[in-house]
Write a protein that binds this ligand. Structure first.
Ligand SMILES: [Fe+2]
Ligand SMILES: [Fe+2]
Length: 285
């Protein structure tokens, strides 16, 4: 008789054999440069301009409705000067993730994953803007939080999409299915990527712990902010998978510190509409 364990052993692919497709190098270089202190803007321009296709896309996003610039930027230098290094970091990782997903984006489940990451980033940015941290760092943590999931999905798009489509339950339950299929879940994979990419450890904590329950001691940092933003993205209409159970919006609001709660959307509908409009603006490019 086949137990679920034997099935898992048969279907699981040894992690050592999984080759993660390379992430766009230029996006990684920008991420690393922005995290090193005192990065010079001309250096950033040089990095981005070294990849003309990537530079063109960054310029398109910089001039899009997502950033609503007063005057369109005609060059990367102009865009960097107007938007600043930290905003550029978030933009480059957004462009990078989109390029990484590539053709798999035509699959609705994959598009759902991309939208969930973007929604999480946009929510994290807004919550971050009301708090003591840097809203751009919060945005980047949001884009990175399910990067492990995106990497697994890029390795096996069909299998991953099937798993997402079949799943019903709390988002955290998907981790077990991933371990059965890949030998690792997306939190571990994401943590590994952050390490390989030499990003700050604060991102590693945000990526690896985002499915853990909210800490009960009231602690508030990038990891806690990412947890709540991910759950809010689910309830705002952008879950990682269609069958994922969502929390009550009011419950999630309660998890924010007093200042952030007071300044953030008290109603779900305006938040959902705002996020949907921003995602549409990016997808229209
Ligand atoms: Fe996740
Ligand atoms: Fe998530």
């Amino acid at each position: 008789m086949q137990t679920s364990e034997t099935v898992n052993r048969k279907t699981a692919m040894p992690w050592a054999h999984l080759r993660l497709p390379p992430f766009p190098q230029v996006a990684l270089k920008v991420l690393q440069a922005v995290n090193s202190e005192n990065v010079a803007l001309p250096k950033l321009c040089e990095l981005i301009s070294a990849d003309p296709a990537f530079a063109a896309e960054v310029l398109t996003v910089a001039n899009s409705a997502l950033y609503c610039p007063r005057y369109p930027s005609g060059s990367i230098l102009q865009a960097v000067t107007v938007l600043g290094a930290n905003t550029l970091q978030g933009m480059c990782i957004t462009v990078g993730v989109r390029a990484y997903l590539g053709k798999t984006m035509s699959e609705p489940a994959m598009r759902g994953l991309w939208r969930h990451n973007l929604a999480t980033a946009l929510i994290a940015e807004q919550i971050g803007a009301h708090g003591i941290g840097d809203k751009n760092i919060a945005y980047t943590a949001g884009i990175l939080h399910d990067m492990g999931r995106i990497a697994l999905a890029v390795i096996q798009p069909k299998k991953y999409a099937e798993m997402l489509n079949a799943y019903r339950g709390a988002p955290v339950g998907l981790l077990e299915d991933e371990r059965a299929l890949f030998g690792k879940d997306h939190c571990e994979t994401g943590k590994q990527l952050v390490k390989e990419w030499k990003l700050p450890t604060s991102f590693a904590a945000a990526v690896s712990g985002h499915h853990e329950p909210r800490r009960t001691d009231g602690a508030w940092d990038l990891a806690e902010l990412t947890k709540v933003s991910c759950r809010m993205a689910d309830v705002a209409g952008f879950p990682a998978c269609a069958g994922c159970e969502t929390a009550e919006y009011g419950e999630l609001l309660e998890q924010l510190p007093a200042r952030e709660r007071r300044l953030f959307h008290s109603e779900l509908e305006p938040l959902s509409a705002e996020i949907a409009a921003a995602i549409k603006a990016v997808e229209a490019l």
